[in-house]
Design a protein around this ligand. Structure first.
Ligand code: FAD
Length: 450
């Protein structure tokens, strides 16, 4: 038999159970389909990173005297064509649990079946596949803490080795891996499985021990930055969890809990796919929101007059990533100070975030907007100025991304209008008054409670 290994969000050779299964055959075609439905809406950083990751996977395969066959088009047609071209009887994948991926895989499975080819799912991008963690009465968890306990008890298999002695196949009519040009000033982290492993090992050896204390400080930048590698499956969370097992330090426990949030949100989206767009708590759909124009644009461009918000929004565009604390601040600002529905912000994030992941993104947005899982009440409203002062006390994070404020003393960075020379040239005055908008948001909340 011959098989196809269809790579999607698992761009690695190590610890890849689907690949191991595919390799139990006489010949394996490593395939990636550039799907216009996903490639089209992605912003430049996301595309550029994916392309770099594909090149890295191709390079790893080349070291094994193979290569990644890349094709372009609707997977329903392309996967069948590729499988037929090499005479494969099975196509192997890691299961995708997002709404689009599930639909696509069902359609591809049907088309393959008509062609007499089997679609085989092995593993997923998670330590525990969505849908597996259930409470005593067999229902999914709705809040994080009991989920995370049951998730840890559920456990997961250990990492598996990369395949050896494989006869690799290639397509004749494959396309080149695209090479989207990045605008000046955009820098992306190194992509690929080796880079992911290196980053993870460095992080475990250096900053991980300080995770507990440093994770909320965007100026110190001591989080792992593994989200991008996880998003594209350049490393599997199981590999990371195995490296942490047995370590009882508090920081390690906290880090493990963050990985569990990723799994929890994947589970919530799997159970409730409509929440990618709809309010998880339906009463929030009745809340009064404002027309997003023109404030949404000021927010996107980092010109709200609130330094930490502007720094975050500019970091997002410049690097395709934003620190978690700042993601929370800018999201709260959009929903509660500008009264714009969370879906607008989530869409902008998905366009620009290289780690943009539907489950983590939509549900973190819903959490900040007070309409999601868990106890994040709407009435807890971030003050962007005091958040900035608390988590970026010297203003170093702001200064990195907002050059107009670089000359200010630390005590004025988060309130530039209070600087001795007044508001610096070129920097906007606050587009809204936080105190007033806070009161307005709370008044709107009262209305939906009635
Ligand atoms: P670390 O602090 O080092 O955390 C380690 C890993 O744990 C992360 O890589 C990630 O996989 C996971 N993790 C940490 N925090 C969360 C969380 N709150 N929810 C889910 N998983 C978490 N994360 C994404 O991966 N993709 C997104 O599209 C995304 N959108 C977000 C949108 C908003 C509004 C907010 C508030 C958060 C969002 N997050 C998202 C979660 C979090 O901000 C990022 O995972 C984190 O900043 C990535 O940086 P890191 O790898 O250095 O994180």
């Amino acid at each position: 038999t011959r098989t196809v290994m269809w790579f999607r969000r698992d761009l690695r050779l190590g610890d890849n159970p689907a690949l191991l299964e595919a390799c139990e055959s006489e010949g394996v075609l490593p395939l990636f389909v550039l799907d216009p439905a996903l490639w089209g809406p992605a912003g430049v950083p996301r595309r550029a990173y994916l392309a770099a990751s594909l090149r890295a996977l191709d390079a790893s395969l080349r070291q094994r005297r193979a290569g990644l066959s890349v094709v372009r088009g609707d997977p329903v047609r392309q996967v069948v064509l590729a499988a037929r071209a090499v005479g494969a009887s099975r196509v192997h994948i890691a299961a995708d649990y997002g709404p689009y991926g599930r639909r696509r895989d069902a359609d591809v499975g049907e088309a393959l079946e008509e062609a007499g080819i089997e679609l085989v799912r092995t593993g997923s991008p998670y330590a525990v596949a969505p849908g597996r963690v259930l409470n005593g009465s067999g229902s999914p968890y709705k809040v994080y803490t009991p989920f995370s306990r049951a998730w840890a008890e559920h456990g997961w298999r250990g990492p598996v080795d990369p395949p050896t002695d494989v006869h690799w196949l290639a397509l004749d009519d494959r396309v080149d891996i695209p090479d989207p040009a990045l605008p000046d000033g955009i820098e992306l982290p190194e992509a690929g499985e080796r880079a992911a492993r290196r980053r993870w090992q460095e992080y475990v050896a250096s900053d991980l021990g300080d995770y507990e204390t440093g994770r909320d400080r965007p100026d110190q930048d001591t989080t792992s930055r593994m989200s991008i590698h996880l998003k594209w499956g350049e490393i599997h969370p199981r590999t990371m969890l195995a490296d942490l097992s047995g370590d009882t330090r508090k920081a390690i426990g906290t880090y493990r809990k963050e990985l569990a949030w990723r799994e929890f949100y994947a589970d919530v989206l799997f159970q409730r796919p409509e929440t990618a767009r709809e309010y998880l708590r339906p009463e929030f759909a009745r809340m009064q929101y404002d027309d997003p124009d023109p404030v949404l644009d000021a927010w996107k461009r980092g010109r709200t007059g609130y330094p930490v918000v502007d720094a975050g929004m500019r970091q997002l565009r410049a690097t395709g990533w934003m620190h978690n604390r700042v993601r929370m601040i800018v999201a709260s600002f959009l929903v509660k100070d500008l009264h714009v529905e969370w879906q607008h912000g989530a869409r902008h994030f998905m366009r620009w975030l290289v780690d943009g992941d539907l489950a983590s993104n939509q549900h973190n947005w819903q959490w900040v907007a007070g309409c999601g899982t868990d106890a994040a009440p709407f009435f807890r409203i971030f003050n962007p100025t005091s958040q900035g002062k608390k988590f970026d006390p010297q203003g170093e994070y702001v200064k990195r991304w907002v050059p107009e404020l670089r000359h200010l003393d630390p005590q004025h960075v988060h309130e530039p209008a209070s600087a001795p020379g007044g508001l610096p040239d070129g920097y906007p005055a606050p587009i809204v008054d936080h105190g007033e908008e806070r009161a307005e948001a709370l008044a709107r909340l009262e209305k939906i409670k009635k």
